[in-house]
Design a protein around this ligand. Sequence first.
Ligand SMILES: [Ca+2]
Length: 349
Amino acid sequence: MPNPLNNPTPILLDMDPGVDDALAIILASRSPQIDVKAITVCGGNVGVEQCALNTIKTLDWGELKSKPPVAMGAWRPVRRSPFRAGGIHGPDGLGDVLDRYPNPSLTDIDPRPAVDLILHTLRELPPNSLTIVATAPLTNIALAISKDPETVRRAKQIIWMGGAFTTHGNISPVAEFNAFCDPDAAAEVLNFSVPMTVVGLDACLQCPLTRDELRSIRECGRAGAFVWDICQMYMDFYQKNEGFDGCFLHDPLAVSLAIWDDITADQKNYHVDVVTEPGVAWGQTIIDRRPRYPWHNPIYRHAYDTLKRMAPDTLASLEEVGVCEKPPHLSIVFSVDGKRLKKRFLKCF
Ligand SMILES: [Ca+2]
């Protein structure tokens, strides 16, 4: 077995920083098992320029030794209007404290568009070696697929923080924020032929971090002080709205799945349908949990295969309305060891 510390996993982060994206950058960059090759950003929690600025500020104030190229991508979703989350992450996306952290500036951004940096990074590495960890709306990845699908197929895997499968949404009754912001991009990427792991709100809500626990890193150099500062408004939001004095490690969880195989406690394969039409279900991520239709049930599989052979048009119409489940090709993470993740995250400082 190769030593992961000698052969760190090459990763590209596609993000919309955002407080928990910033925590994910720090976890990835401080983990010796990971080699962050590039960071691309799109509009999401805040506008794309602010996301780019937040990324380079996190690389600097997080005292991260490696400085991967950071490129700006889509300012808006594929089809719908932009939707932001400044009320949760702060108007600047990092807790509204950035006037205390003056440098660096946007002049340090890579001049290439995010899509070109994604494709370049994939071409530079051998096929099946780059892991893309996406913690944002999937706009940049969808645009990369549209531009050059063959090159995107060189990815080893995509890990995405997005969706809500067995729990309620966080931006609407049924939709998770990243899926809601760009449901068309999510639908395209989730149907693309690259191995994909999806970690939704179901698992993220198992990763709480209390304000008291975070206080332990406050004195850990300027990185600890930076993280403490940017988290305050984010934690205030949870305290006011959910009565929990802390936050959840959504995006660090996605990064952790690329490092450790002992974080995931339960994952299963499903097909995911994303609701792309406006309405109350916009951005909902639907999996087929009906007990009588498990994909591994040989009777169901036999019926499916027969229909596919004898009446493909009928099958397609049944799949379209969800009567028949499509082949499950996405690995959905339902349960994780949040305490283990929290311990390892805090140990970064
Ligand atoms: Ca994010």
